[in-house]
Design a protein around this ligand. Structure first.
Ligand SMILES: [Zn+2]
Length: 79
């Protein structure tokens, strides 16, 4: 049985404006680590050294989601 926190965030592609709900899971005892349990249609999970990123399949670019801290960490990607 896994314990932890589950929540959803709004995932949006800055290019085509496709959006949907991203479902995330954080195991108990972990502060920064989390992973997606499901991504909306049209998006995919990309694993990197820094964790998971969520990409728009159609545009092949990183989508943004509603976690503000995360957004800052990856904002240089935009452009
Ligand atoms: Zn897109």
């Amino acid at each position: 049985m896994s314990t932890g926190a589950r929540w959803t965030e709004l995932l949006t592609c800055p290019n085509c404006r496709n959006s949907g709900l991203l479902q995330l899971f954080q195991p108990s005892g972990s502060t920064y680590e989390y992973r997606a349990e499901s991504v909306p249609d049209g998006f995919k999970i990309v694993h990197t050294e820094c964790g998971e990123l969520y990409w728009c399949r159609g545009c092949r670019r990183e989508a943004i989601h509603s976690d503000a801290g995360r957004l800052h960490a990856t904002s240089e990607q935009i452009n």
